[in-house]
Structure formats: structure tokens, C-alpha cells
Design a protein around this ligand. Structure first.
Ligand code: PLP
Ligand code: ZN
Length: 414
């Protein structure tokens, strides 16, 4: 047997072979990829990682793929930016932003898709598909175009126009479903039972979700093979947060970093905050939100598959989860842009607003080495800022008109 043992049920621990399947037949628990960490530990090293490609494939030893992957399409190894300006604004002395808005389709979803499409090819699928709140649609459509696979993406009918354009341009078949994300996700599960298609976040979910671990690996390597003290992660289905936690633990297990606790906090928009509500109520039972209503549409999953596991991780690591209001999200987008020069989408606004709240409440402490995960690009959700930014100075093409305008209307520069 190689370094990948198979799939295991997260609940009853039953073992399954490496096939396109995602739930336990006995207890309906989620399946997860299981590795032989002893074996990986013997074969991996910081030098080996450093010699790898400048993409998430440098961490191949801890990803569930067999073959070397096409690396011409740089997914991952995005900047970890020291954020002193934002830190000063929030009273945090050692703050970093992991800027994952600069992947090929401008969100972190390229990471999960890179792993899922490698697996879909290994399994011999000719059609790939996904249920998406927007960003996954673009990532799957682009990867499908590049791989020459038939591609279907299912999205809620009311997502941002720009997100439809961002997926449709790659030539995928977009299916707009008149319902919520949870309804279309159920529809996709039914289709997955009838067609032999690789639904990345359904039957390929155990492999797909492993791609998120690379966001933990990169941060540790970019900090000089150290773990941070505290990270803030946005929550939709909750998979990203739980996999970042798994990634940090794996680095310890295979000897790439010294063991150290990492506090993990979560971010949700108040208009769809089932996990934050459960956290506030002190329960591990997530009550689904039937009608999500928020500008952070990429986080609008009312019935998050991994909500229960998120609550466990956050509790165990001493983190917290906040739910932020719509105005705070917009303020968070503006604050990040104006302090660090990073234009993030609404989900990033949720993360920054949550970081601000948690810093104010003393949950994120001033001396902690903190990393905020910014997961999507602002060009995707420009509508959210309409009416929130100052209008341009309107002038005649004369020096008099310009000087009059700045004297009267641009006090900051007068
Ligand atoms: C999908 C997504 C997330 C969170 O993903 P989950 O793994 O479902 O929790 C966060 N940010 C952005 C921008 C996303 O598109
Ligand atoms: Zn089980």
C-alpha cells in the first residue's frame, strides 16, 4: 500500500476503498481520505517541498493524487502579506493576510478543483459538474475547459450576474436553479445518483475538500515553517475551516513543523449564520437557515454540511465565530482595500469584519501571530460597493475647474 490508505468514515471509522463516493453506507457519516503518516514522514522534508513547483502541488505528499499533475496552470502558492497597516487599525501587532484572491479564477476554489479534477481524470470520468454559490462554478468551468471535459455547473438563479459571466465565459453549461443553494445541492445529489458524472463537491467531495489543506501548508511554509497562533476563516459549508485545521495537524504529524496549538475562528454573514448562531447558543447542533439573505452570496449556505465539525474545531482550539452585518461587510472590504491594497469580494469583507470584531472583544489578542484568510477577489462582487464609495470629482478640462474642485470638494488634498 502507498501513502494513501483509503477512505474512512469520520463517525464510525469504517474503511472504504478509494472510489468516487462520499457517505458511509452504515451510518451516513462523511468519508475522509486517510493517509499513512509514518510513511509520509519518512519520505518528506522541507527541502523536498521547497524543490517542488510554485503551486499547491509542492505539497503532493499530503494530497490524495497518484500521478504528477499538470502544473502550467499555477493554482496556489499565493502571497502571505504582512498586514501592518490593517494590524494598526485593529490593534494587532503581528497580522498577515493570506491573499487567495489571485488564483487563476480569483478565489480559493481553484485549489479544491485542482485536486478534484486530477481525481476525476484518474477515475476516468468524461463529465464534471458542481453545485455552486458562484466561485466554484468559475473554477470548475475553467478547469473543465482546460482539461477538455464536458462541464455542468449548477448555481442559484439569484447569484451575482458577474459570477455567471465568470463561469459562462469558459464554455461550461450553466444551469440556473430556481431555488436556494440547499435545494440545488439536493437536486445535484439526485442527478449524481443517475448519471456517471464527477460532481466535485458531492461524489468527489472527500478528495475535493483535501485541496483546502494547502491553505494551511502554505501559511506554515511562508512563515518559515512555523504555525500561526490564530487564524480567521470564512465559513460556507465549513469544509475550508475544518481542512485548514487538518492541514496544520498533518504538518506536525509528518514532522514539517514543531507542534503548537493554533486557535481557529470562523466568520459568517449575519444574513446566513447557522454555525455562528449554534456557537453563540453553545450547542453543536446547527439549525439550518431556510432563506439566506446577504450580499456575501458565496457564503450563503443555509445547511452547512460540515457545520458540526466546524463547531468542534473552533471549541477545541479556543477560537470563536462571529456573524457580521451587511454594513460591516462593506466596511471590511473598504478597510482591507484602503489599508493593504487588496480588493476582496464580500466573503473577504466578512473575514475582515469578523477579525475586527474579535480583536475588539479581545478574542484575537494583540500579540498573537494572526492570519486572516481572504478567499475571493473584489472584481467578482463590485455591486456590493455601489453607493458606498465617494463619487469622482467631476471637472471641466481646465486648470481653473480642477483647482476649484479640489479646493471645495476634496478637503483631504486641499
Ligand atoms: C466557497 C467559499 C468559501 C468557504 O467554503 P466552504 O469550504 O464551503 O466553507 C469561502 N470563501 C469563498 C470566497 C468561497 O467561494
Ligand atoms: Zn460510518
Amino acid at each position: 500500500m502507498g501513502r494513501i490508505r483509503g477512505l474512512t468514515c469520520r463517525e464510525c471509522k469504517r474503511a472504504y476503498p478509494l472510489t468516487p463516493t462520499h457517505v458511509c453506507e452504515f451510518c451516513f457519516g462523511p468519508l475522509e481520505v486517510e493517509y499513512d503518516y509514518e510513511r509520509i514522514r519518512a519520505g518528506t522534508s522541507r527541502e523536498r517541498v521547497a524543490a517542488g513547483p510554485l503551486s499547491l502541488w509542492r505539497y503532493r505528499d499530503l494530497l490524495p493524487v497518484e500521478r504528477g499533475e499538470d502544473d502550467s496552470w499555477r493554482v496556489g502558492f499565493t502571497p502571505l502579506q504582512r498586514a501592518d497597516n490593517l494590524g494598526r487599525a485593529l490593534g494587532l501587532r503581528e497580522l498577515y493576510v493570506k491573499n487567495d484572491s489571485v488564483n487563476p479564477t480569483f478565489s480559493f476554489k481553484d485549489r479544491v478543483v485542482a485536486v478534484a479534477i486530477a481525481k476525476a481524470k484518474e477515475f476516468g470520468f468524461d463529465t464534471i459538474a458542481c453545485a455552486s454559490t458562484g466561485n466554484l462554478a468559475a473554477a470548475v468551468a475553467a478547469a473543465g475547459a482546460k482539461a477538455g471535459l464536458r462541464t455542468f455547473v449548477f448555481v442559484p438563479y439569484d447569484i451575482e450576474q458577474s459570477k455567471i459571466v465568470n463561469a459562462a465565459v469558459y464554455g461550461a453549461q450553466i444551469v440556473a436553479v430556481k431555488g436556494t443553494y440547499d435545494e440545488l445541492n439536493r437536486l445535484c445529489s439526485e442527478i449524481a445518483d443517475r448519471q456517471r458524472w464527477a460532481f466535485f463537491n458531492i461524489n468527489l467531495r472527500p478528495y475535493y475538500s483535501e485541496g483546502s489543506k494547502s491553505l494551511a501548508f502554505e501559511v506554515a511554509e511562508q512563515l518559515g515553517w512555523r504555525l500561526p497562533d490564530h487564524v480567521v476563516v470564512p465559513i460556507a459549508s465549513g469544509s475550508l475551516l475544518t481542512k485548514i485545521a487538518k492541514g496544520f495537524r498533518e504538518l506536525e504529524k509528518v514532522g514539517l513543523v514543531e507542534p503548537k496549538p493554533v486557535r481557529i475562528s470562523g466568520a459568517q454573514p449575519a444574513g446566513c449564520a447557522p454555525v455562528a448562531q449554534a456557537f453563540a447558543a453553545g450547542t453543536l447542533n446547527v439549525r439550518p437557515v431556510r432563506h439566506p439573505n446577504t450580499i456575501a452570496k458565496s457564503l450563503a449556505i443555509g445547511n452547512p454540511a460540515d457545520g458540526y465539525y466546524v463547531l468542534q474545531v473552533v471549541k477545541q482550539t479556543g477560537g470563536a465565530i462571529a456573524a457580521v452585518e451587511e454594513e460591516e461587510i462593506v466596511a471590511g472590504m473598504r478597510l482591507l482595500a484602503q489599508s493593504e491594497g487588496i480588493f476582496t469580494e464580500t466573503a473577504g469583507g466578512v473575514t475582515v469584519a469578523t477579525l475586527k470584531r474579535l480583536a475588539e472583544r479581545g478574542v484575537v489578542r494583540p500579540d498573537e501571530l494572526t492570519v486572516a484568510y481572504v478567499t475571493g477577489n473584489g472584481l467578482k462582487t463590485q455591486e456590493a460597493l455601489y453607493g458606498h464609495l465617494s463619487a469622482p470629482l467631476s471637472v471641466e478640462p481646465t486648470v481653473e475647474s480642477f483647482e476649484e474642485a479640489i479646493a471645495n470638494h476634496a478637503p483631504a488634498y486641499a
